[in-house]
Design a protein around this ligand. Structure first.
Ligand SMILES: Nc1nc2c(c(=O)[nH]1)N(C=O)[C@@H](CNc1ccc(C(=O)N[C@@H](CCC(=O)O)C(=O)O)cc1)CN2
Ligand SMILES: Nc1nc2c(ncn2[C@@H]2O[C@H](COP(=O)(O)OP(=O)(O)OP(=O)(O)O)[C@@H](O)[C@H]2O)c(=O)[nH]1
Ligand SMILES: [K+]
Ligand SMILES: [Mg+2]
Length: 465
C-alpha cells in the first residue's frame, strides 16, 4: 500500500435503486488531473478549492455519457486527508457510482483500502488515533448516546485529556533527568511535588478508565435472550417490546421454531433481543432443532429473560430451564399478569422462588399481550447491568478496549515509579517506568504506535472511510 498513490472509492452506502446521491471520492496528487479527464463542466465554472462544480461525467474512451454530477474540490492541505480531494456527487443506486469509480480507476487511481482515507488523515496529522477510531464508532453507532460519545472523541476530547497527561509525565521526566545529568548544579528534587504530580496523572487516568465499561456497552450493546416453556408469551414480549409483529404469535405451543431477533435501544444501550423456541421435550424434528437453538441463544446471551406463565405459576419444567441458564444474569418475567390477582401472585412467587433456592432473582410482572410492564422490565435490565455506575462516569467520551489496555499499562507504570521512589532505587529506574507510561499514552494517541496496530485499527473500517 503506497501513500503516494491517488486513491478512489465510493464513500456512501450503495444499494440498488436506493439513496438519492452517491459519492465517489478521490484523494492524492493526481485527483484533480484524473477528475478533469472524466468530468466536463461549462467554461464559466472555475476549478477552485471548496467550490461545487456542475457538469457531466463521460467515458473518455467512448464519449459515452455516464452521469450528471456535482463535483467538490478540496485542495491540499484544506481537506480531510490533507491531500487534494475530489468528490463526485453522482446519482444514487449502484450503476452511476460504480461506473464513475471504474473510470477513476481506469484513469490511474487505485481502489482505496479499508479505512485508507482516515489513515491518511491520521498519518498527515489532521487527526490523532483516538479521533480516527471515533470515526469508525460514529459510523457504527447504534444509539444516540453511542453517537454522542463518538462525536466527543472526534472533536478531540479524549485526545486533549491524553495530551495533558503526556505533558505532565514529560515534565516530571525532564525534572528527574536533569538530576541525573547535572546533579551538582540543581536544587534537589521536590519529592512532595513529584508524588502529587504522579498521583494527579494516575487519578486522571483512572477517571478515563472508568468510561471503559460504558464504552463497551455503547459499542457492543447487549445480547438478551428470551427463553421459557412453550406458550408463556415470549414472542408476545418481543413484539410488544419492539412495537412490531416481528414474531408469529398463536395460542399453539411450539409456534416459534427459529431464533427471531430485533434491535432495540434501552437507556442508550443497543440491545439485540432474541426470541426463541419454547423449550420442551418433543418428537418433532424441526422443533427439536429449534429447542437446541434456544439453549444456544440462552448460553451465549449477556442477559436472559426467563418467562413464566403467571396463571400457571412456577413448575418443575421452569426449574429445568432455569438450571440451564442460571450461570448467566437472569431476570424472571412473570407474564400474563392480567389473568391473575396481582398482589397475591407476586407474593406467592417470591415465596416459592425462595423455596427453590433461586435467591435474589429479579422479578418483573408483565402482561406482554397488553404491552404492560415494559418500563419495569427496562428499569430492571439497567439495574442488573449496573447502569448507574455507567451513567455516573462524568466524561462524555467512552474509551474502547484497546485504549483501556493501554491506560491500564499507564497506571501500572506510574505505580512502578512510586515503588521505585519508595524503595529509593537509582533515578534511572524512575525514568524507565515513566517512559513506559509515556509510551503507553503515545500508543493510544498514535504518537508511538506500531504498523500492525494501525493495520488492525484501520482494516476494520469500511472502504471509502
Ligand atoms: N461530502 C462530504 N461530507 C462529509 C465528509 C466528507 O469527506 N465529504 N466528511 C468526512 O469525514 C465528514 C465531515 N468531515 C470533514 C472533516 C474535515 C474536512 C476538511 O476538509 N478539513 C480541512 C479544511 C477545514 C476548513 O476549511 O476549515 C482541514 O481540516 O484542514 C472535511 C470534512 C462528514 N461529511
Ligand atoms: N392474557 C394474556 N395472554 C397472553 C399474554 N402474553 C401472551 N399471551 C397469549 O399466550 C399465547 C402464546 O403467546 P406466544 O407469544 O406465542 O408464546 P410463546 O412463548 O412465544 O410460545 P412458543 O413460541 O410456542 O414457545 C398467545 O395466545 C398469546 O396471545 C399476556 O400477557 N396475557
Ligand atoms: K405460542
Ligand atoms: Mg414464540
Amino acid at each position: 500500500m503506497s501513500l503516494s498513490d491517488t486513491i478512489a472509492a465510493i464513500a456512501t452506502a450503495i444499494s440498488p435503486q436506493q439513496g438519492s446521491v452517491g459519492i465517489v471520492r478521490l484523494s492524492g496528487d493526481r485527483a484533480v488531473a484524473i477528475a478533469k479527464t472524466i468530468f466536463k463542466t461549462s467554461k464559466r465554472q472555475k476549478w477552485q478549492s471548496h467550490r461545487l462544480l456542475y457538469g457531466y461525467v463521460r467515458d473518455p474512451k467512448t464519449d459515452c455519457l455516464i452521469d450528471e454530477c456535482l463535483l467538490l474540490l478540496m485542495k491540499a492541505p484544506r481537506s480531510f486527508t490533507r491531500e487534494d480531494v475530489v468528490e463526485l456527487h453522482c446519482h444514487g443506486g449502484i450503476m452511476a457510482v460504480q461506473q464513475v469509480l471504474n473510470l477513476c480507476l481506469e484513469q490511474g487511481a487505485r481502489l482505496a483500502e479499508a479505512g485508507e482515507f482516515s489513515l491518511r488523515a491520521f498519518l498527515h496529522g489532521r487527526i490523532d488515533l483516538t479521533q480516527a477510531e471515533s470515526i469508525h464508532d460514529l459510523v457504527g453507532a447504534k444509539s444516540p448516546q453511542a453517537a454522542q460519545a463518538a462525536i466527543a472523541s472526534l472533536r478531540g476530547k479524549l485526545a486533549q485529556s491524553l495530551k495533558y497527561l503526556r505533558g505532565k509525565c514529560l515534565h516530571i521526566l525532564t525534572e528527574i533527568e536533569a538530576r541525573i545529568d547535572f546533579e551538582e548544579d540543581l536544587p534537589p528534587l521536590d519529592l512532595g511535588w513529584l508524588q502529587s504530580e504522579l498521583e494527579a496523572v494516575a487519578a486522571e487516568s483512572q477517571k478515563i478508565l472508568a468510561t471503559a465499561d460504558r464504552g463497551e456497552l455503547l459499542r457492543m450493546g447487549l445480547k438478551v435472550a428470551i427463553v421459557g416453556r412453550p406458550n408463556v408469551g415470549k414472542s408476545s414480549l418481543l413484539n410488544a417490546w419492539s412495537r412490531s409483529d416481528r414474531a408469529i404469535v398463536t395460542d399453539l405451543p411450539g409456534t416459534t421454531r427459529d431464533v427471531v431477533d430485533s434491535q432495540l435501544v434501552v437507556g442508550g444501550i443497543p440491545i439485540q433481543v432474541l426470541d426463541t423456541a419454547g423449550i420442551r421435550e418433543t418428537e418433532d424434528i424441526v422443533e427439536q432443532i429449534g429447542v437446541a437453538r434456544s439453549r444456544q441463544a440462552a448460553l451465549s446471551a449477556d442477559l436472559v429473560l426467563m418467562v413464566i406463565d403467571g396463571l400457571v405459576g412456577w413448575t418443575e419444567r421452569d426449574l429445568e430451564i432455569f438450571e440451564l441458564v442460571r450461570d448467566r444474569p437472569v431476570i424472571l418475567v412473570v407474564n400474563k399478569m392480567d389473568l391473575v390477582n396481582y398482589e397475591l401472585r407476586i407474593t406467592n412467587y417470591e415465596l416459592r422462588i425462595m423455596n427453590y433456592g433461586l435467591g435474589q432473582l429479579p422479578i418483573v410482572p408483565m402482561a406482554a399481550a397488553l404491552n404492560q410492564g415494559l418500563e419495569d422490565l427496562e428499569a430492571k435490565i439497567l439495574q442488573v447491568i449496573h447502569q448507574e455506575a455507567i451513567a455516573a462516569a462524568d466524561l462524555d467520551v467512552a474509551i474502547n478496549q484497546r485504549q483501556k489496555a493501554c491506560l491500564l499499562r499507564v497506571v501500572q507504570a506510574l505505580a512502578n515509579v512510586q515503588i521505585a521512589i519508595a524503595d529509593q532505587l537509582p533515578l534511572d529506574f524512575w525514568t524507565i517506568d515513566l517512559r513506559a507510561a509515556i509510551a503507553a499514552i503515545g500508543e493510544i494517541t498514535g504518537e508511538e504506535v506500531t504498523e500492525s496496530v494501525l493495520d488492525q485499527i484501520f482494516s476494520r473500517f469500511c472502504i471509502g472511510k
